[in-house]
Design a protein around this ligand. Structure first.
Ligand code: UD1
Length: 418
């Protein structure tokens, strides 16, 4: 099994180009079921994207990847469409459940494996199903599968989500695309990745309006050919490298981003005393001499993302005093804490709150991670730790970080895969 070896205490200097967003690409790939021919550019070539493509191939969508150009062309030839998403493909990547809405709305039936729990929490799909039922689907759960049917097609309606979910909002929008009449969704997630999906669906000819947490979709029947869409930047990858720069960067330039979409993250970094220069498409970040403590909670966009909680916690280990971070989205998302403790971090957990005491000297150790963002937080810790850090189970990293070692090595980090 592959590992990463990181020699810490190297001063980082250089520039990092941010890839396209994995979490924007996944629902847009699922939306290719609704389209005819599409071309996506700025696609991050990470494991989750390949898993989704495998699922789409299984369904009958032809995909052509051009690795160097980072483009994917998809064709729905409409022949031999399989409305099934099997367990083996959905269990490794929960976003597989996003094909449910498009399959059901277009082909009036779908059988999609229940994704099950994962390391960071139970992660049910009840909100996805609630929305589809309201749109008129008959749904039953049998042998671990969601079996959905809408013999006469889905019908536009009003749906108020009882709580905010990114995936359920996406599935509902995708299903409403092919429903007859108007669908009004309220209490929606409004992450930039959802706005990217909406932009894509608009190119397919769908009328969609968004205001605050309300999304209005006018069902679409005619198909538009040959859509081209550029995926937005990965704001979580950008945030991860901004934190790397704040921890270890003499000077790091983070390129190909839109700082307006990460306003809250930048506010937090600034209030911790991090110095940066911000332009329209890049941010230059510098290592600090002294980091200030901070208290914050994760929350849906525009709040602080749960996907950056583990990385920010590493920065908190270097801040003077006691910082607190409350995890409001997932119930089991402190799996990186025992590993960070093994590297010398002083962190206490009480229910949803982690209290971090700093500054502490981190020392390299052999560590392992249980999910994508926990893994990358250990890479960040390794960058500032004394001696060598060995990171096991790096397949988690490969699910969502494109060319992580290459990007860090370009900034003079000593990191290698063995
Ligand atoms: C997406 C992101 C993930 C991110 C998360 C929160 C993708 C592919 N993944 O995941 O990286 O961490 O948003 O920003 O975009 N919930 C229910 N019932 C449901 C659905 C969700 O109770 O039917 C709960 C979840 O357990 C969780 C919360 O709602 O506690 C938010 O989850 P959700 O926003 O749905 O996350 P995902 O879409 O799975």
């Amino acid at each position: 099994m592959q590992k990463l070896l990181i020699k810490g205490k190297r001063e980082l200097n250089g520039s990092i180009s941010i890839s396209g967003s994995k979490n924007a690409t996944l629902p847009i790939l699922a939306a290719s079921i609704l389209a005819n021919e599409i071309k996506l550019t700025n696609v991050p070539l990470v494991k989750d994207i390949f898993t989704m493509l495998e699922l789409l191939e299984f369904i009958g969508i032809k995909a052509k990847i051009k690795k160097r150009e980072k483009t994917i062309e998809l064709k729905n030839k409409k022949k031999n469409i399989n409305t099934l998403a099997p367990y083996k493909l959905v269990k490794t990547m929960r976003a597989g459940v996003l094909v449910l809405g498009p399959l059901l709305t277009k082909y009036k039936k779908a059988k999609v494996s229940l994704p099950g729990g994962c390391a960071i929490g139970t992660r049910p799909v009840d909100l996805h199903l609630l929305a589809l039922k309201k749109l008129g689907a008959k749904i039953k759960i049998k042998n671990g599968y969601i079996i959905a049917e809408a013999k006469r097609g889905l019908m536009g309606t009003k749906i108020k989500f009882p709580s905010i979910s990114v995936g359920a909002t996406e599935n509902a929008i995708l299903a409403a695309f092919g429903a007859s009449g108007k669908t009004i969704l309220t209490n929606c997630a409004v992450e930039p990745e959802i706005l990217d999906l909406i932009d894509f669906l608009k190119k397919l000819g769908c009328k969609i309006l968004i205001s605050k947490r309300k999304i209005i979709i006018q069902g679409k029947k005619n198909e538009v050919k040959n859509i081209k869409h550029r995926i937005i930047f990965d704001r979580i990858e950008a945030g991860t490298y901004l934190i790397a720069g704040a921890l270890a960067g003499k000077k790091i330039l983070i390129k190909n981003i839109n700082p307006k979409l990460i306003k809250y993250e930048l506010k937090i970094l600034k209030s911790m005393g991090i110095k940066m220069k911000i332009s329209k498409t890049w941010i230059c970040i510098y290592k600090s001499k002294l980091y200030k403590k901070i208290n914050l909670s994760t929350s849906p966009y525009p709040g602080f993302p749960t996907d950056l909680q583990a990385q920010l916690m590493v920065l908190m280990t270097q801040a003077k005093g006691s910082s607190k971070i409350k995890e409001n989205i997932f119930e089991n998302r402190f799996m990186h804490v025992p590993e960070l403790r093994r590297m010398g971090a002083r962190i206490e957990i009480k229910n949803k709150i982690a209290q971090v005491f700093g500054p502490t000297k981190l020392i390299g150790a052999e560590v392992m991670a249980t999910d994508l963002r926990a893994s990358v937080s250990l890479v960040l810790a390794g960058l500032i730790a004394e001696n060598r850090t060995i990171l096991n189970r790096i397949y988690h990293l490969d699910r969502g970080y494109e060319q992580l070692e290459e990007k860090l090595k370009k900034c003079k980090a000593e990191i290698k895969r063995v």
